[in-house]
Design a binder for this molecule. Structure first.
Ligand SMILES: [Zn+2]
Length: 108
């Protein structure tokens, strides 16, 4: 048995859907989001001492279909930037994902 972590797919144990490392990362995300640049955000996550590969997997996971943490944070930062520049509207994680998908896609 044993459930897998919804973020990094490591074994999460019998309780919960998130492993100890990702739980730590989630806490860190809550501390950092909205306060720092994306580079500082990544540095902050690395300060947990968790494997960089695992951090990336965590950031790119989209367990509930609302967009990955990376997309959510990018959307928040973009919205903030738009407001600073006096533009209205807000960027959503779905929109970031859509743009990234369309950019990354090769023409058929
Ligand atoms: Zn995990």
């Amino acid at each position: 048995m044993g459930k897998k972590c919804i973020y990094c797919r490591a074994r999460a144990g019998i309780f919960g859907r998130v492993c100890a490392d990702c739980k730590k990362l989630l806490g860190r995300v809550q501390d950092l989001r909205g306060k720092v640049s994306f580079g500082q955000f990544l540095d902050g996550l690395e300060q947990t001492g968790i494997d960089k590969e695992k951090i990336l997997r965590f950031l790119q996971a989209d367990p509930d279909g609302r967009g990955s943490i990376q997309d959510q944070v990018t959307a928040e930062m973009t919205t903030e930037l738009m407001q600073v520049m006096g533009m209205s509207g807000r960027q959503t994680a779905q929109e970031v994902k859509r743009i990234r998908d369309s950019v990354g896609k090769e023409p058929e």
